[in-house]
Design a protein around this ligand. Structure first.
Ligand code: PMP
Length: 345
């Protein structure tokens, strides 16, 4: 594909990534009424927050000459990044190879294939997530003309959120007359939390940025892979290279069953069909808001939608266990603040 055509394709993609609406969910939790604000990231090009990072990384790499027209994009992912790069690769005429743990949802695999990408599944025995990363590196060395986005170590991942997600959130809250007091988000690569934290600090906002992890698999708290969990897209078995836990507020934990129940409730009661990590994020934000006695605006992310989870426990009856928060969350209403201006990805 010619440089001109690639540039035209990038221009065509930009308005479809970022500038997502802010959904302010009004709820009652254990007798207190309050609001949590969430960026509706499922409205991006391929339906997840990862489109911001993938488009920004492709754009930067093209500008710097690291992603030539004949390069193959090779990445390890728990799904959404693979979907994002598969779509961008198709639009930009680049072949894409995706390494992914084989336990991720069937929908993820089918969507990646639908964009014509080559998907290679890695079992637990073959190394799971870390095996996927090692395979991507090996293929990169073998193939030659390859571009490795390396989302877990690439500062451009943080930059995508520092220049778009964070500033959009601050501007949208400002239109509601609010300044963020805290932000909570599940950590996959950590790009979202690190980028939003960077945006806050650049804008002079002293807000607590809390990483979130599944209670069943507290990798951030323990420093290594522990247990298994069902919140696909977060806690990928190791601490990512771009995550600086010492620069962030304390880690928040949410049970995966509770996250499933919360996501189901958002779909059934408000028509917000979100994925499991979005349910976890809302519960994490409620924990933080409750601790602050609902006195400070707390924001989070609805990372993707529920369509990639129809073959998973999200579409099944989930048992309520003691200690769960979601049965005590009464969803009342929501208000939406659109984003202003052009996409800056
Ligand atoms: N939720 C889902 C569904 C995801 O796919 C991801 C990205 N892996 C995240 C949350 C976490 O985002 P980040 O990589 O920016 O930490």
């Amino acid at each position: 594909m010619s440089a001109d055509l690639r540039e035209r394709r990038l221009r065509g993609l930009r308005p479809m990534v970022g500038r997502t609406p802010l959904v302010s969910v009004r709820l009652r939790y254990r007798g207190r009424e309050g609001r949590v604000h969430a960026k509706a990231e499922y409205l991006n090009l391929t339906g997840s927050i990862k489109d911001r990072m993938a488009l920004h990384i492709c754009q930067t790499a093209i500008e710097q000459g690291a992603l030539g027209p004949d390069h193959t994009i090779v990445e390890a992912t728990s799904g959404n990044t693979g979907i994002a790069f598969a779509a961008l690769g198709a639009a930009l005429g680049q072949p894409v190879v995706i390494f992914m743990p084989d336990w991720m949802s069937e929908e993820r695999k089918a969507v990646i294939r639908s964009f014509g990408a080559d998907i290679r599944l890695v079992s637990r025995e073959a190394g799971g997530f870390l095996g996927s990363i090692a395979n991507a590196e090996t293929l990169g060395r073998e193939l030659g003309r390859v571009f490795l986005p390396r989302q877990f170590d690439n500062q451009a991942n943080i930059h995508a959120h520092a220049t778009t997600t964070g500033p959009e959130l601050v501007a949208q809250l400002a239109r509601l007359g609010l300044t963020p007091g805290a932000f909570v988000a599940g950590v996959g690569t950590g790009g979202t939390v690190m980028g939003v934290a960077e945006a806050f600090s650049r804008l002079g906002i002293r807000a607590h940025v809390h990483p979130l992890e599944p209670a069943e698999s507290p990798t951030l708290s323990t420093g290594h892979k522990v247990g298994r969990h069902r919140i696909q897209g977060v806690s990928d078995e190791f601490i990512p290279g771009i995550l600086r836990l010492d620069s962030l507020a304390p880690v928040i934990q949410v049970n995966d069953g509770d996250a499933i129940l919360m996501a189901q409730k958002l779909a059934r009661e408000l028509g917000l069909g979100v994925g499991i990590s979005s349910g976890a994020n809302l519960l994490g934000a409620i924990q933080v808001a409750e601790r602050a006695e609902w006195r400070t605006p707390v924001a989070t992310i609805f990372c993707d939608d529920n369509k990639k989870y129809l073959s998973t426990d999200l579409a099944k009856a989930e048992p309520v266990r003691s200690g769960f928060m979601s049965p005590d969350v009464e969803l009342l209403d929501f208000e939406t603040t659109p984003a202003a201006g052009e996409s800056r990805v």
